[in-house]
Design a binder for this molecule. Sequence first.
Ligand code: PEP
Ligand code: MN
Length: 276
Amino acid sequence: MTRAKLYSLESSGQKRTTVNVSGIEVGKDFALIAGPCSVESEKQTILTAMAVKEAGANMLRGGAFKPRSSPYSFQGLGIKGLKILAKAREETGLPVVTEVIDTRDAGWVSEFADVLQIGARNMQNFSLLKEVGKIGKPVLLKRGMNSTMAEWLDCAEYILAEGNPNVILCERGIRTFETYTRNTLDLSIVPSVKEVSHLPVIVDPSHATGRQSLVEPMSLAAVAAGADGLMIEVHYNPAEALSDKEQTLTPEMFSRAAKKILALRTYITESLNLLS
Ligand code: PEP
Ligand code: MN
């Protein structure tokens, strides 16, 4: 007999996992993660962090190590960026989500991060998955842009198998023939994951669409599809952003979107409770 995979609802006895991030129970509490694509400076990160907190975000994102498609693009501030993130956390109280791209950095990135992000391009970096599995901190595992749900869940299994139960899945769009959007947001993956797995799943509408104008509508759609949270790129001045400016919201745009997102989430939760 083969053993049920650790990610499966079967193995959890149909019970859903919540992942505790500094008191936020992801899977029960809605995770609204916002912040810049890249940490660029202390001023940029702290101003943005204060703005997203004010708008209702409960976690801060920001990349200090950037997995860029071109080696000539901005690669991130590295350790300096991590120190800036720690300062932003101190100033705002928001826990920090940041990406780790190399097994050699995992140990010390984890000293600064509250959630270790594994990016789409590293989804199947099995040694990195094992490493963050050993570290034990919450992991945000993005879906690879060319990956099936089964492949994605098997990557989550690598982390779980190391004894780290704190895995949050993140859909960020997949490659299709469409070119108007950066990727195609596969929203059906949200209820699909929930049919087979107990792990929480959030949506990143920024990388999924690549367009500022589409972030709010797809955020609302993700909430309606049952997503446990959202990760949204925000910069205090997107025109100046060193990466992903086309998809990055201003604090004002984020604030308007966040109001609708949180209202819709409350409305859906309350009406579903009434119905059941
Ligand atoms: C990111 O969230 O900073 C990022 C690089 O996204 P992805 O790995 O989904 O491309
Ligand atoms: Mn980005």
